[in-house]
Design a protein. Structure first.
Length: 221
């Protein structure tokens, strides 16, 4: 079963409240913590990754490795952001009628695949924490990011810019990351105590979205 699931809370429309949530420790009897990510104009930021680390506590046992599939469809990597645990694997699939490329020069993992229409890559293991930017050398506008983390609690913000994470009582450090964060801006981190923590707001200045209109001149490669 995939660890990723939609989280819903009353008072929000389902489309706005849905976030991808991964908890790698038991969250029974936990309290919801709300983290909200905004850009410099205070607009909600979707696809931000929110990680939560206990202060001075054990994170619990590591889960079994999982295999994630990244699709290449309509000259787009789907999803734009994927969250991995160290030891997880990724498979690339080409659902288009043109060849695609998938490569990365990231220190956390370097690789290269060329996929014909309908092909899938061999599973690739991601062993080390870090951010892995993945591109297509045939279609320059195609990009996806892998966020590999050993944090016990992780969530992605939905279209409303919110992530909701169930946490046991205790003290935590909460961080927010987005691939379009402007270089040189400080890491967005805040302490939190559960129960009793008010909603946390992170302001993350962003660069323009790198995913531009498809390169039709090279679309038939």
């Amino acid at each position: 079963m995939r660890r990723r699931r939609a989280v819903r809370r009353r008072g929000f429309r389902a489309a706005a409240a849905a976030v991808a949530f991964l908890a790698w420790v038991d969250s029974a009897g936990a309290t919801p913590l709300v983290a909200e990510v905004r850009d410099a104009q205070h607009a909600p930021v979707a696809d931000a990754v929110v990680t939560v680390l206990p202060r001075g506590g054990a994170a619990g046992p590591a889960p079994a490795p999982q295999t994630h599939t990244i699709d290449q469809k309509n000259e787009t990597f789907i999803p734009y952001i994927e969250v991995f645990r160290p030891g997880d694997r990724v498979v690339f699939h080409n659902s288009d009628r043109t060849r695609h490329h998938a490569y990365s020069f990231a220190p956390a993992r370097q690789f290269e695949f060329v996929l014909a229409p309908g092909e899938s890559s061999a599973p690739l293991q991601l062993s080390d924490p870090g951010v892995i930017a993945v591109g297509c050398n045939i279609h320059d506008h195609m990009i996806t990011y892998f966020y590999v983390t050993d944090a016990p609690y992780v969530a992605r913000t939905g279209s409303d810019g919110r992530a909701i994470i169930d946490l046991p009582d205790g003290d935590y450090e909460v961080h927010a990351w987005h691939p379009q964060r402007r270089p040189g801006t400080p890491d967005a981190g805040q302490p939190a105590h559960v129960p009793g923590a008010a909603p946390l707001t992170f302001v993350v200045p962003l660069l323009p979205d790198p995913r531009v209109a498809p390169d039709r001149e090279r679309g038939s490669y």
